[in-house]
Design a protein around this ligand. Structure first.
Ligand code: IDP
Ligand code: MG
Length: 136
């Protein structure tokens, strides 16, 4: 029985725009993640609204969805043992100002909205989010 877990990671438009995608991918690899699948795409705002539906009542929902659809992103299925939790740890806090030293958001994040990466927050949501980008 394999204990490998999968999580969905997104390199967000602010990072792709600064050509940081390869550098960020190397950080995942260095930290033991296998990039099982990846694709660089730009999504429609309506798709971002579906992806972030859990946040639909938040005041920042519309801006968040505009932002995620504002430019190319890199969606990846990351694999390792404890991938979901380990990715959240490696990403750092939502607000880069609060992110710990050595985390991706500390290093690259610009602001709470332009925080460079997304990562699934549970195994259950990882499955839903992986399907969202890679089921076809
Ligand atoms: P997470 O990405 O760390 O899981 P969530 O609370 O799920 O954080 O929020 C999703 C995304 O919405 C964040 O990554 C960030 O880009 C954006 N966001 C969260 N809180 C705020 C806010 O207070 N203002 C603006 N954008 C926010
Ligand atoms: Mg979240």
């Amino acid at each position: 029985m394999s204990n490998t877990e999968q999580t969905l990671s997104i390199i967000k438009p602010d990072a792709v725009e600064r050509n940081l995608d390869n550098e960020i991918k190397q950080i995942f690899i260095k930290n033991g993640f296998n990039i099982f699948k990846e694709k660089k795409i730009q999504i429609e705002k309506s798709e971002a609204e579906k992806f972030y539906k859990v946040h639909e009542t938040k005041p920042f929902y519309s801006d968040l969805c505009s932002y995620l659809s504002s430019g190319p992103i890199v969606a990846m299925i990351l694999e390792k043992k404890n991938a979901v939790a380990d990715n959240r740890k490696l990403m750092g806090a939502t607000n880069p100002k609060d992110a710990e030293e050595g985390t991706i958001r500390k290093k690259y994040g610009i602001s709470i909205d332009k925080n460079s990466v997304h990562g699934s927050d549970s195994v259950e949501n990882a499955k839903i989010e992986i399907d969202f980008f890679f089921k076809d």
